[in-house]
Design a protein around this ligand. Structure first.
Ligand code: RTP
Ligand code: MG
Length: 154
């Protein structure tokens, strides 16, 4: 059996609140990945800051953390042989002006509002995916999820 690579996708608060964006994104996910676990949560600013701690020195850190704690976010652990790269390709460039002008059909090109409100997060490597999945799903088993944890996307 081919081993699936896992990644973590987080739908950001403005997209969770937008029914058109949310249903489009959910369909893209469902049609391209095996969705293993999903969870809707609200982060407090401390947890959001922890999640984004690699960016603590950046000028956008406070607004990113405040925004990510401003409403519900949807977490998805999802699998594909090239999960990390495929999801980031579907998201498109971080900066929305680039997304809109260079790749208007990517998710950030279609639904991004600003560099902070750029629709969704995607792990940038397998090791980031592992860290991020453990951050939000500490009980998740990387070794036997395929036998115990797979759930169909609802
Ligand atoms: P992500 O982690 O969200 O999947 O996005 P990314 O790898 O493409 O971008 P990264 O450099 O990791 O930045 C994390 C999040 O910080 C926000 N950001 N704002 N100039 C800005 O205002 C700015 N630059 C980055 C974005 O929301 C990005 O998703
Ligand atoms: Mg990143």
């Amino acid at each position: 059996m081919t081993k699936l690579q896992l990644t973590l996708a987080i739908i950001k608060p403005h997209a969770v609140k937008n029914p058109v964006a949310l249903s489009y994104i959910r369909n893209v996910i469902k049609n391209n990945f095996v969705v293993i676990k999903t969870k809707r949560i609200i982060l407090d600013t401390e947890a959001a800051g922890n999640f984004y701690k690699e960016h603590v020195e950046k000028f956008f850190f406070n607004r990113l953390v405040t925004f990510m704690a401003s409403g519900s976010i949807d977490l998805h652990i999802m699998g594909h042989v090239h999960a990390v790269e495929l999801w980031r390709r579907m998201l498109g460039p971080t900066k929305v002006y680039k997304a809109q002008f260079q790749e208007p059909h990517c998710l950030r090109g279609m639904f991004g509002i600003s560099d902070t409100r750029n629709v969704a997060h995607g792990s940038d490597s397998q090791s980031s995916a592992e860290r991020e999945i453990k951050f939000f799903f500490p009980e998740f088993s990387f070794y036997n999820w395929h036998t115990n944890d797979e759930v169909r996307y609802r």
